[in-house]
Design a protein around this ligand. Structure first.
Ligand code: COA
Length: 378
């Protein structure tokens, strides 16, 4: 039986503090008019002193789990996409696993800049298609307000903080990631870089004084790169899914610049009414931008169950990623007849079945204690 990873829950967390373009006019040499015409951004949300990336991730994940009707302890895997974790180590994915009260399941962090969510979603789909996992949490979270130089008008006006999450679950109904295109061109890495804090330029007074701990960007080069790859990746993904542009119900692009979004939509012949844009409210929230936009598209009725959605992103690396995703109805698998559960439990109690592998729940991670597995099967 072919397995698909259907998106059955979505959630977001947006910090409440807002910085408008008018606020920025007071601190740097910029104008609302410049920011709106060049980027489409009117305001962005940033965290307060007591918020951080793991908290935002957990809040978005809780909302997604609740909507999916899935308990944290029913998750099989957690993937968190972010370039701005709380710490270099421990990984934020383990913080999220613990914070949610999930079992001691696999959890990992994926770092591909603004394309992180699409990379993570495509990865999650592989775990489901292979039968290794049944229910996976994918989070895209970013807190770039602590990594931009608020005196650098070329970067600080662009970014905002937030988190988005989806729960994907195995089903035999064709759904989830129908196709994906992932790309990377490290030759352009210098155009979007946070030079300090890693092994190349570890924390030091000098590196701090030299401003290496804030994001550096060559906006013009990133812009050229984005317009070159986005439309193409989108078209490739549509083609690989065996679809035509007309089959896409809604295009949910990475929200980095309205002009880049329009250029990608035009390249793929997608009319404006099929393009979702919320950049005006949040700016570029990097790996969180697509899952946040997905949530809002559902909230506003622009996305519906049964729709075929197109995600496309670009970002640091330089990287790009596109995925065609079908959202099917969340049909809970029919419960097993009671005699089957009883039989399974009786067998597990009276015989040592370990030589047959994970008999009770074939999809459960093998590191779990046997007692848990038996209970899960009920
Ligand atoms: N306010 C006012 N003027 C600004 C400004 C700001 N916030 N930021 C830059 N400028 C100035 C520049 O200094 C430049 O001045 P100059 O002509 O005197 O040198 C002028 O505006 C035009 O700069 P330019 O780089 O040509 O503007 P642009 O049309 O390319 O827009 C970006 C700049 C950054 C908005 C655009 O290049 C962009 O969006 N790039 C992609 C960035 C991105 O998406 N990064 C995240 C990747 S995930």
């Amino acid at each position: 039986m072919k397995l698909y990873g259907n998106i059955i829950g979505w959630g977001k967390y947006i910090p409440s503090r807002v910085i408008t373009n008018a606020d920025l006019e007071k601190t740097i040499d910029t104008s609302d008019e410049w920011i709106v015409t060049r980027t489409g951004i009117r305001e962005r949300h940033v965290v307060g002193d007591d918020e951080n990336t793991s908290q935002m991730s957990i809040a978005a994940a809780r909302e997604a789990l609740e909507r999916a009707g899935v308990r944290p302890k029913d998750l099989d895997l957690i993937i968190v996409a972010t370039s701005s974790p709380d710490y270099l180590t421990p990984p934020i994915s383990s913080q999220v696993q613990h914070g949610l009260g999930a079992k001691t399941i696999g959890a990992f962090t994926l770092v591909t800049g603004c394309t992180g969510f699409v990379y993570a979603l495509s990865t999650a789909q592989q775990f489901i298609a292979s039968g290794a996992c049944k229910t996976v949490l994918v989070v895209g979270a970013e807190l770039l307000s602590r990594f931009v130089d608020w005196n650098d008008r070329e970067t600080c006006v662009l970014f905002g903080d937030g988190a988005g999450a989806v729960v994907i679950q195995a089903t035999d109904v064709p759904s989830g990631v129908l196709s994906f295109v992932l790309g990377s061109d490290g030759a352009g890495g210098e155009h979007l870089i946070l030079p300090g804090g890693g092994a190349a330029n570890p924390p030091s007074h000098k590196n701090l004084d030299d401003g290496l701990h804030s994001l550096k960007m060559n906006g013009r080069e990133v812009f050229k790169f984005a317009t070159r790859v986005l439309g193409k990746a989108l078209r490739q993904a549509i083609q690989q899914a065996g679809l035509q542009t007309e089959d896409i119900d809604l295009f949910i692009p990475h929200q980095a610049n309205i002009r880049i979004i329009e250029s990608a939509a035009q390249f793929a012949n997608l009319p404006p009414e099929k393009v979702f844009v919320n950049i005006q409210k949040y700016g570029n929230t990097s790996a969180a931008s697509i899952p946040i936009a997905l949530c809002e598209a559902f909230e506003e009725g622009r996305a519906k169950i049964g729709d075929t959605l197109a995600f496309v992103a670009f970002g640091a690396g330089l990287t790009w990623a596109a995925a065609i995703v079908k959202v099917a109805e969340n049909v809970k698998p029919a419960p097993k007849p009671r005699w089957q559960n009883f039989f399974t439990e009786w067998l597990a109690r009276d015989h040592n079945l370990s030589r047959f592998g994970n008999y009770a729940t074939p999809n459960a991670p093998s590191s779990e204690p046997k007692e848990e597995k038996t209970r899960q099967s009920g």
